[in-house]
Structure formats: structure tokens, C-alpha cells
Design a protein around this ligand. Structure first.
Ligand code: NAG
Ligand code: NAG
Length: 701
């Protein structure tokens, strides 16, 4: 008896030791997967065209290497220190043909790189510019100064306030790496531009006002401060963004005209003496009405032209053009080379001979395969983090399969990317597996994000049924916007939200027979409760609700016991903020969710379309402690899922072909003033969903 007990404990010890070892060997415990609408289609590279020759395919040059996502370039002024960073730099007799500083997303987070390109061989030397202090964060809009600093945006410092942007401007010395924050504490700055002498930096900022939830154009102001230490900060222009200097007292910027509503480029002239003040700054409009012109780029001492991005009436595409300041006319560039591609965020070389921009590289370089799972650098070593090429992912009970939506169908794929199958062809969203019944996935069929009376029903799908659309069972009957199913750990019950009472509240029904087996109302009130997730121990249901301010668009996150007791608020993102899409961790101790807790990180106009560019992935413990930010970018990340296996942190290729460049320009840019008209053929997800441009596919209710 005694011996048997000892043997038992010895066996137990071995088992525990072994499982510890397995965990250690794999390096992790679980994985988080989330969605970014269009995010895996960007494939941005930086290209350049000459400014003094007619643009053509043959004089267009791709500067970056065709890997990862590369954007927001800058041609640095000639600098011995920059050249000295090149590994074999020996003499200035053979300087690189092109020097480029830009942001790249390789390695799962953003970095600032310097590429030296030697033509005609196209030999490339690539040097990361920030080593050390600035870790996982979004980086943006780098520029290199005459005195050997790189000035850029980073989001690595938490201001400690909900719904405040983490974006701030830093300067790092190229050779010593010494880094200094130029933005005052508690303030967010976007789109920095350094003046030709390096003395001044201009930024777009809300200043003390803070971000107020804007997701399209920002009503930022332009501030100027000393680049060396951020002092003498002065608001110089009310309402404007994306500054760019032509000399030390003149910069261009964009804003929407109050008179005619076209987004246009303006010029600000500062009084030419220190200290700068907002008095006697003169502002003149530069580009005429009739098209949107934005994200201007000037070059030092060039009073002849600037570069801009435009959206013209009757065009679906964003193009880079020059604006001739003397003749007051546009000179088209990229439309003549690649008419059906968006071109973003131009910049001009210091000698004005080249304009650079980024665009999707398209099929031109097949170096990089299309991805199913893009590895994102995780702040927690035991948990890997991925962006999936789809929406509403969920993990099978063993964590070996992922169900997700790729509008309009539902797919199941092994976590290594193999055996991807469409299991439902209808319009589906928000997926969930039955933890106790192998191969059963719940979703809702019908248009997403519609009013309380829209026909949407919970369905269950046997995903192991080989024939698509076979074995689909409807579990709710009335079609009154029944959605966001989540099953209890014993697999017997489903919690979901329904609009059947005229408001969206939560209900529980039998997982097998559906609402015919009876319905238990979990929440009740004239507001929206939605996006529910049942904890692995069965004790809690987490959900998002706007009950504090119904209809306002703000959502807080709550916990409630399945027996209707214990309701409590878990987190609220400031006042008027959003905490959506909760999903329990496999150990049941934490919740991953989407929130605007970190504000926005860049001017949305400098990106493709995102409904909610503030969306980032966060986790929190059930007791409300340990709030952690997992993603840093200027995109909308949403619909996270947390699976019980550790997927090794490396990209997983898609069985699909690609890349497709299938993202859309900011929808609000196609709204032309004076009813000039929309571009033809606005397509994509919205058209497929059959819904208007105010819908929010990622994390709305
Ligand atoms: C640097 O020089 C060495 C020796 O000449 C050569 O082998 C190496 O390829 C060079 N490296 C680069 C990055 O050019
Ligand atoms: C409700 O459920 C919780 C969690 O299981 C339990 O602690 C509590 O006692 C239950 N309350 C009632 C009234 O049944």
C-alpha cells in the first residue's frame, strides 16, 4: 500500500517534470491570433520616380528589398556619419547611389532601417538604425538630421491614461544611440518633420486636449519645437497635419478647407526669428479645390514644386503627383505608371531629382509568399502572437485547428496552414467551437452589424463533414439578430446575443437542439450586450456592453455568472471608449480583447482604410489587474482568440495564392464635396456585405 503510494507520487512527479520539460522545450504555453482587415495584403515597398523625366515603368525603381512591409520613407541629406554605419565603408569616392531611411515591419514589430543602394548592380547594404532602447512599439515617419540624429515616432511609453495615444517623438543619435524624448509627457505627437537646418521639428498634435476618438481626418494643430531637446514648443497653426519644411521658416501641411471641403495643401510662413510664436504666422492655401490633395512633401530650398498624394473625383485610387507652385498645376506621376494601385506618402530627395512613395509591390516580386498567420513580436515569451488572414478566428478545443471568416465564407485550417477548407459559403461572422464535441463550430449566418431586426441566426456546422454547406443546423428560429455564440466548457449550452426583445441582450440555449429546447435570458435592459465568451471553468461569461451610455458607441467589458449573479465591470476604456471582443485565456485567468485604450498612433489619412484605426490587442486578468498592450501599429486590430497550444513564433504560409494588394483607400476620401461623385466600382468587403460605409466589421457591436 505504502509502496504503491510512493510509486504513484513518483509517477506523478515524472509526469509533471516531463510536461514542464515539454513546455520549456517548446518555449511557450499558448497563442493569440487576431485579425486586421486587409492587413496581410499590404506588401508595401518603397519606390521612386525621377521628377524631371516623364514617369514610366522603366524609370521607376523599387528601393526596398521586396520583403515584409516597408513604408514612410525619407531620403536623408548626405551625412558622413550615416555612411560610416555601412559595414565596409572605406571612402567617399564610391558613395551609394541612393540612401533611404524607412519603417519596416520585419521580425513582427516595426523598425527603422537605413538602406544604401549601389547602382547599377543593385547591391544593397541594410542597417537597422535603432538598436537597444526602443523595443516593441510602432515606429513612424523617420528623418535624419544634419547633426546625425534620427527623429521619429514611437509608441513604447505608456502615458498611463486610458484612451490616450502613446505616439511621441524621439530623437536617437546615430552613432551613440543616445535617445531623447522630444514630446512632453502626457502629450501625443504625430507626423514629425525636421526643418532643413535641423533646428526645428514640426508635428501634428492635439496638445493638452488629447485624442477625442477621431478616426478619419484629425483636427490636430501644428506645433513647432527645438529638435535638440523639444523645448520652445509653440502651437503655430490651428487645424492641420503632416507638416513638411521647405526652409527654416516655411512649411506645408494639409487640412480640409472650411470653405469648399476639399482636403488641400496649405503653406505656413513663420516670423524668421526666435522664439517662434503663433502671432504673425501667415497661412495661405496652395492646392485648388476640385480634388483632395494631402500628405505633402517639400524639399529644402525648392520653391518650384511639392509632391502630394491625391484622390481625384471619379478615381478609386490614391496617386502621387507633383504640384507646380509656379504654374499652379498638377503633374501626374504614378497614375501614368500603375493606374490601379494606391500610392502613399510621397517624399522628395534633398536635390529634388527624385520622389519616393510606397505602394503594394504586387506580383512583381514573388520573393515573399502570402501568409495565413503573420508572426507578431509578443511581449510575453510564453505566448505567441499572430495576425491571421481573415476575421473572427477561434481555436478548436485542442488548439490544432482554427476556424475563421473570410467574407463571405467560413473556413477551417490546421494551425500549420495545411488542410484549409471552406465549410460554409454563406455570410458568417464570429466563430466558436464546442469544447466537448469534436468538429462542431458555431457561427451566425446573415449580414453583420445590422439593426436589431436583421435576419441573423446562430448555426452549428459539423466542419468534418466533407461536403461544404452540408450538416449546417439552425439553432435560433426568429432571425432577430442572433449572434456571437460561445459554448459552455461541458459543451451543453450556448450563450449568444439576440435582438429579439428590441434590444441586444444575452441568452443561453441548449447547444444541440437550440432555442426549441428553451431559452434562458441572461441580461435584460434597453442597451446592447454583445460579444460573449464563456470561461473554460464555466464560472463566468465575459461580454461587451454599452449599458452606461446606450447607443453612444462606447463599450465596456463585463463579467457575469451563467446563473445571472455576480455582474461586474472588468474594464472601461476611459469615458466614451471601447473594450470589445473578450476571449478567455486557456487557463481562464485572463481575457484578451480589443480596445482603443492606446488611442491612435498615426494620422489615419497616411494609411489604407481602417474603420477603427485605434483597435489594438490587450489582455487583462479577471481581477482587473495586469492590463497589457500586445500590438502597436496604426491599423485596426480586432477579434482576438486565445488557443491552448503554443504555435512556434514564425510566419505560416497561406495555401492561397497571393499577394493580392486587396486593400482599400480610406472610404471617406471617396466622398467628394459638391456631389462631384464617387469613384466607380467601390468594391471589397462593404459591397459584399451589402452595407454602408458606416459599418465597422472589426470590433463594433
Ligand atoms: C566587406 O568587405 C569584405 C572584404 O572585402 C567582403 O568580403 C564583404 O562581402 C563586404 N561586405 C559588404 C556588406 O559589402
Ligand atoms: C451562481 O453561480 C456562482 C458561480 O458558479 C456561484 O458561486 C453562486 O453561488 C451561484 N448563485 C446562486 C444564487 O445560485
Amino acid at each position: 500500500m505504502k509502496q504503491a503510494t510512493i510509486a504513484f507520487f513518483y509517477l506523478l512527479f515524472l509526469l509533471i517534470a516531463q510536461s514542464r520539460e515539454t513546455t520549456a522545450r517548446q518555449g511557450g504555453t499558448s497563442s493569440i491570433v487576431f485579425a486586421t482587415l486587409g492587413g496581410l495584403d499590404y506588401d508595401f515597398d518603397i519606390f521612386t520616380l525621377p521628377t524631371h523625366q516623364p514617369p514610366s515603368k522603366s524609370n521607376q525603381l523599387r528601393i526596398t528589398d521586396g520583403l515584409s512591409v516597408n513604408f514612410n520613407g525619407h531620403f536623408p541629406p548626405p551625412s558622413p556619419s550615416l555612411l560610416s554605419l555601412l559595414p565596409n565603408h572605406t571612402s567617399l569616392l564610391h558613395p551609394p547611389s541612393l540612401n533611404l531611411v524607412y519603417v519596416t515591419q520585419r521580425g513582427g514589430t516595426s523598425h527603422i532601417f537605413y538602406d544604401a543602394l549601389y547602382l547599377p548592380s543593385s547591391r544593397r547594404v541594410q542597417v537597422p538604425l535603432l538598436k537597444g532602447p526602443v523595443g516593441i512599439s510602432f515606429k513612424d515617419k523617420p528623418s535624419v538630421t544634419q547633426d546625425d540624429h534620427v527623429v521619429y515616432v514611437s509608441t513604447h511609453e505608456d502615458p498611463g491614461v486610458p484612451r490616450a495615444s502613446w505616439a511621441a517623438v524621439y530623437s536617437t543619435h546615430l552613432t551613440t544611440g543616445l535617445t531623447r524624448r522630444l514630446t512632453p509627457p502626457g502629450i501625443a505627437d504625430f507626423s514629425p518633420a525636421v526643418s532643413p537646418s535641423g533646428e526645428y521639428t514640426a508635428v501634428a498634435s492635439y496638445g493638452e486636449r488629447g485624442w477625442d476618438g477621431e478616426v478619419q481626418e484629425l483636427t490636430t494643430d501644428i506645433y513647432v519645437f527645438l529638435t535638440r531637446d523639444g523645448t520652445q514648443r509653440v502651437k503655430v497653426v490651428e487645424h492641420g497635419g503632416w507638416p513638411t519644411w521647405v526652409d527654416d521658416s516655411t512649411f506645408y501641411f494639409h487640412r480640409r478647407s472650411h470653405e469648399d471641403n476639399w482636403i488641400s495643401v496649405y503653406r505656413a510662413t513663420l516670423p524668421g526669428h526666435e522664439p517662434i510664436s503663433s502671432h504673425s504666422v501667415t497661412v495661405e492655401r496652395v492646392t485648388p479645390p476640385g480634388l483632395h490633395a494631402f500628405t505633402p512633401a517639400a524639399s529644402p530650398g525648392n520653391y518650384k514644386f511639392i509632391a502630394v498624394a491625391t484622390r481625384r473625383p471619379h478615381s478609386d485610387f490614391r496617386h502621387v503627383e507633383l504640384y507646380d507652385l509656379v504654374r499652379k498645376e498638377f503633374v501626374e506621376l504614378t497614375r501614368l505608371v500603375a493606374p490601379q494601385t494606391h500610392h502613399l506618402n510621397p517624399f522628395i530627395s534633398p536635390d529634388s531629382t527624385r520622389v519616393g512613395f510606397h505602394r503594394c509591390r504586387g506580383g512583381a516580386t514573388a520573393a515573399q509568399p502570402h501568409l495565413l498567420l503573420q508572426n507578431i513580436k509578443s511581449p510575453v515569451p510564453e505566448v505567441s502572437l499572430f495576425r491571421i488572414d481573415g476575421s473572427f478566428p477561434s481555436f478548436s478545443p485542442k488548439g490544432d485547428r482554427i476556424a475563421y471568416v473570410d467574407f463571405p465564407g467560413l473556413y477551417v485550417v490546421n494551425r500549420d496552414g495545411s488542410n484549409r477548407r471552406q465549410v460554409y459559403t454563406g455570410m458568417a461572422f464570429s466563430t466558436a467551437w464546442n469544447p466537448a464535441r469534436e468538429g462542431t463550430v458555431y457561427t451566425s449566418g446573415g449580414p453583420t452589424f445590422s439593426s436589431e431586426t436583421t435576419e441573423v441566426d446562430i448555426i452549428s456546422i459539423n466542419v468534418d463533414e466533407l461536403e461544404v454547406d452540408n450538416n449546417v443546423k439552425k439553432l435560433t428560429l426568429n432571425g432577430k439578430n442572433n449572434a456571437f455564440p460561445s459554448a459552455s466548457p461541458d459543451g451543453k449550452w450556448i450563450v449568444f446575443r439576440s435582438g429579439r426583445s428590441g434590444h441586444k441582450n444575452l441568452y443561453i440555449m441548449d447547444a444541440e437542439v437550440g432555442e426549441e429546447g428553451g431559452l434562458h435570458r441572461l441580461t435584460e435592459g434597453p442597451w446592447s450586450d454583445t460579444m460573449c465568451s464563456w470561461s473554460p471553468d464555466g464560472e463566468w461569461i465575459a461580454f461587451a456592453s454599452d449599458r452606461e451610455n446606450p447607443g453612444s458607441g462606447s463599450f465596456e467589458m463585463y463579467l457575469i455568472h451563467p446563473n445571472r449573479t455576480g455582474l461586474r465591470k472588468l474594464i472601461q476604456s476611459g469615458s466614451g471608449g471601447r473594450a470589445n471582443h473578450p476571449y478567455f485565456s486557456p487557463d481562464g485567468k485572463s481575457i484578451v480583447f480589443t480596445s482603443d485604450y492606446g488611442g491612435i498612433s498615426a494620422e489615419p489619412i497616411s494609411n489604407p482604410h481602417h474603420y477603427q484605426p485605434y483597435g489594438e490587442i490587450f489582455t487583462i486578468k479577471l481581477d482587473g489587474s495586469d492590463l497589457k498592450r500586445w500590438t502597436h501599429n496604426s491599423y485596426e486590430d480586432g477579434t482576438p482568440a486565445w488557443g491552448p497550444t503554443y504555435i512556434p513564433p514564425a510566419d505560416v504560409e497561406s495555401p492561397n495564392q497571393g499577394p493580392e494588394c486587396g486593400f482599400e483607400d480610406c472610404h471617406w476620401l471617396s466622398e467628394m464635396p459638391n456631389n462631384v461623385g464617387l469613384g466607380a466600382g467601390a468594391g471589397g468587403i462593404l459591397a459584399m456585405l451589402g452595407v454602408g460605409s458606416t459599418t465597422k466589421p472589426q470590433c463594433a457591436s
